[in-house]
Design a protein around this ligand. Structure first.
Ligand code: MN
Length: 343
């Protein structure tokens, strides 16, 4: 029988290959939580929470204290009725990444039990996706050097972190464009600009003949009016990331006509809200990308399965496992440079 017998929470620590610098934040590594869901029949499902204090207000130190509650709520539920698990975890609003990990581990266990992959439970829309790779904030020279290497090694989409120094950011874009003509650019300011700076940046880049495919979170998370102002005064599609954590955030962004794109991250939304956001975005005809926090291959697997299953994303920014040092690759997918394939 596929009833839940036990839930384990295990702390894991990962270091970045090199410190990862985004607007107003530098990380050397990440303390993540691995979630294991054990069924009575011996099947185990795996999930991972990569918390974010900056985006979700989460502290990993609090996660272990949630384990007895989660176990008490979920033990005895038949894994085939996984929506019941989703609903219980939806109420745990203090820890969205834990919600994601538990919801995914339930799907993973169910998929093992029936001999299918999670992406197939979610619809099996695609067999293959392609990820970008992210260039953190660094000197103009170093960022351009990295872009050249990435582009030459086959990454056709490059994500560029900006948002600390407007004038330098413009020089970064010029230098990167020089060495990677034909690449697609996702430019992420991580809330770093004022609306005025964000519009100036976009216009300066446009005037230089450089195209940006997604202009991510130019302004503060709470500044929905500011996002809309940038959207209507910039030639590039504007995306919400920090502004779009739950289905309710996205409902508001759609109502206010504030964005062209939403960046779904399972660590912000869990599986349940991410599914709701996919349907809302498809209905409202706004576009989607999928991103990550500091997940290892266990956590990135969650987003890979979600992206393959729903087929909902124009851009995939699933690269944290390529930046973290890990003993062993544990994703249930195949990685070949930027290409990610179903197993
Ligand atoms: Mn972002």
């Amino acid at each position: 029988m596929g009833k839940i017998k036990d839930i384990k929470f295990i702390m894991k620590e990962y270091q970045y290959e090199k410190p990862f610098h985004i607007a107003n934040s530098i990380s050397a590594g990440s303390k993540n939580l691995e979630v294991q869901v054990f069924l009575e029949n011996g099947v185990v499902g795996y999930g991972e929470a990569a918390p974010s204090y900056r985006v979700n207000g989460e502290r990993v130190e609090t996660f272990l204290s949630l384990q007895p509650f989660v176990k008490e709520q979920l033990v005895g539920i038949d894994i085939r009725n996984y929506r019941r698990i989703f609903d219980i975890m939806d109420k745990l609003r203090c820890a969205s990444s834990v919600k994601a990990a538990v919801q995914f581990a339930a799907l993973d266990a169910f998929s093992e039990e029936i001999g299918a992959q999670v992406y197939q439970l979610l619809g099996g829309a695609k067999d293959e996706i392609e990820t970008d790779k992210t260039i953190g904030i660094d000197s103009v020279e170093n960022m351009a050097k990295e872009a050249e290497l990435l582009f030459k090694s086959g990454f056709k989409s490059i994500k560029i972190k900006v948002g600390e120094e407007l004038k330098k950011d413009i020089r970064v874009m010029e230098a990167i464009h020089e060495v990677s003509k034909g690449a697609k650019y996702i430019v992420d300011a991580n809330t770093g600009y004022t609306p005025k700076e964000a519009i100036t940046f976009a216009r300066e880049i446009y005037a230089r003949g450089i195209d940006i495919n997604v202009y991510e979170q130019p302004v503060q998370a709470q500044n929905i009016e500011g996002l809309k102002l940038v959207r209507y005064n910039s030639p590039f599609p504007v995306a919400a990331d920090e502004s779009a954590r739950t289905r309710y955030d996205v409902l508001r962004l759609i109502k206010e006509d504030a964005v062209d794109f939403v960046n779904i991250k399972l660590m912000k939304s869990g599986i349940s809200d991410a599914l709701a956001i996919v349907e809302m975005a498809n209905t409202a005809k706004i576009q989607l990308m999928i991103g990550c926090m500091s997940e290892s291959s266990v956590g990135i697997n969650q987003s890979v399965q979600f992206a393959l299953g729903t087929g909902a994303f124009a851009f995939h920014d699933l690269d944290s496992h390529l930046m973290l040092l890990e003993d062993k690759f544990r994703g249930k997918f195949l990685q070949d440079g930027p290409k990610i394939k179903a197993k």
